[in-house]
Design a binder for this molecule. Sequence first.
Ligand code: A3P
Length: 290
Amino acid sequence: MADPGPRSLLYEGIMLPALVHSTESVRYAQLGFQVRDRDVFSVTYPKSGTTWMQELLTLIHSDGDPQLARSVPSWERVPWLEQTTAAGFLEKRPCPRLISSHLPCGLFPTSFHGSNAQVIYTVRNPKDVCVSLYYYSKMASFLEFQEDFGEFVELFSAGKVLFGSWFQHVKGWLGLRDRLNFLLLTYEEMHQDLRGSVERICQFLGKPLDARALDGVVENASFQAMKQNKMCNYSLVPENIMDQRISPFLRKGVPGDWKGHFTVAQNQAFDRLYREQMQDVGVRFPWDEP
Ligand code: A3P
């Protein structure tokens, strides 16, 4: 691993933004945090639909009522386990706690294993993740930034970006996919059929919603609704930390944006790497070739 850069922290070979992580906070997540059976985790590699799932889980637990989602910041409603604020947000919170995490499976709390806590793992086409992360690195002053997109693709391909390799992250978590307390979702299926995806989440959580509540969830978790909700569009974050004039946090919100960014050569090289890395995974994703 190359030098992580001044804005990053290296934890067990994984690069993390130092602004909101410390060695102690990640060690606490891994070793000190006590998972409870009714905890619900949303796990994602960055830029894969984390904020979207934070909104969906809040709305599902509020029976489609947007009041909570519009009055409390998303990072407080569904806090990140590995960030420095986690203990303060989570320790005294009653169950069911809704918790976000970007941690690779190997760094997840040891107390998770053997618990009945549930994990929803949302995965997104890595080329779109790469594009989204490129723009995010431009607008977020706490991230290392590579001016040239081609160089960024190389760093992303080599896993030299925050939270390490997309391939390692996805393959690690897919190892849990046969467990009853694990739900695998894709950004792409959420985009294609949000209502159906919400129904799958509700079924997994054992929280059926009536049609009106479902309408409330789907309406308030649309890209347009979220863009207008200052509790999840990151407009509460000062401009010197996130400059949305450079690139909005909720940027495009579509699958396939990579097509306007990857050159033919970059695309071929990435496809080769993808085939090498994913050939034995045994899961077909919406972006996989037929
Ligand atoms: P883009 O940069 O491609 O627009 P994360 O929350 O994990 O950081 O992911 C951010 C990405 O999810 C951004 O992708 C953002 O626009 C997209 N996103 C967030 N909410 C969304 C929604 N309701 N519908 C579609 N995409 C959404």
